[in-house]
Design a protein. Structure first.
Length: 265
């Protein structure tokens, strides 16, 4: 099977880029399954029902997230009823929502998506390594194709997750930093890996935020309310081919697409 995994969708520019580009990408890569990280999809922080539905209508099958998932209060009820929206699995069990999705592609291939959050330079959570391992063990014998979104800050922690789950998961991708890395590879055990998918959204700012506001905070030490940048939309992600019989990855290709021509159509 072939899947697309899309990097952090940021604000309205990110949603517009996703909606405009996804049909062509599905066609180009013959993708039957799409995962996107959406924790920044609503005005740059969090997600609300209207935004979630917009992303699903664009063709995304499962939405992952991270430390901003609960930034908007409207998500609390939505995430309980919309099983295609995940929060990190290693959050407290009492948190709304769930961290694993299990289902099938349009062609009937069983697939699982697991969402975990890192601990290095991140808010406190349970161990993402043990959480992911337990989830995979629970899927043993039922699901071969397993995609893991590790939402983490440190590149070392994300690479460690890739090595830890090599041969256990089909794909391990990193999200959160909004900066795409160039280390896409199939690890020795058959797991497709990239340290960070990058960002789907405006690239004329600083990781999706208006540059002047970030510079004010960093240089002058003054508070500044961040606002989403608006220009130079790009779509970042990977296209992965997986042997659905074994769950092993066959290939991974990095995507860095100028979305402006698609949005302008």
């Amino acid at each position: 099977m072939k899947a697309l995994i899309i990097g952090d969708v940021v604000g309205k520019p990110g949603r517009e880029a996703l909606t405009a580009c996804l049909p062509e990408l599905r066609k180009k890569y013959e993708a039957e399954f799409v995962v996107a990280n959406v924790e920044n999809a609503a005005a740059g922080a969090g997600v609300v029902p209207r935004v979630g539905e917009e992303i699903l209508q664009a063709g995304v099958d499962v939405m992952t997230s991270g430390n901003h998932i609960f930034d908007k209060k409207e998500v609390f009820q939505y995430i309980e009823t919309e099983h295609r929206l995940l929060r990190p699995l290693n959050y407290p069990a009492q948190s709304p929502g769930r961290g694993t999705w299990v289902g099938t592609t349009n062609s009937g291939t069983p697939v699982a998506v697991i969402n975990v959050q890192g601990r290095v330079f991140m808010p406190p959570t349970d161990c993402p390594f043990r959480a992911a391992e337990r989830a995979i063990a629970e899927l043993a014998g039922r699901i071969q194709v397993i995609i893991v979104d590790h939402h983490a800050e440190a590149t070392s922690e994300k690479l460690a997750m890739g090595r830890y789950l090599d041969g256990k998961a089909s794909v391990v991708v990193g999200t959160h930093t909004h900066v795409q890395t160039a280390d896409e590879q199939v690890l020795p055990g058959g797991t497709a890996y990239i340290t960070d998918l990058g960002m789907t959204g405006p690239h004329d700012g600083i990781i999706g935020v208006e540059s002047s506001l970030v510079l004010t905070r960093l240089i002058r030490g003054l508070p500044a309310r961040f606002e989403t940048a608006t220009g130079s939309p790009r779509l970042h992600g990977v296209a992965v081919e997986i042997d659905e019989r074994t769950g092993k990855a066959i290939s991974i290709e990095r995507i860095d697409l100028d979305a402006e021509p698609f949005v302008a159509e």
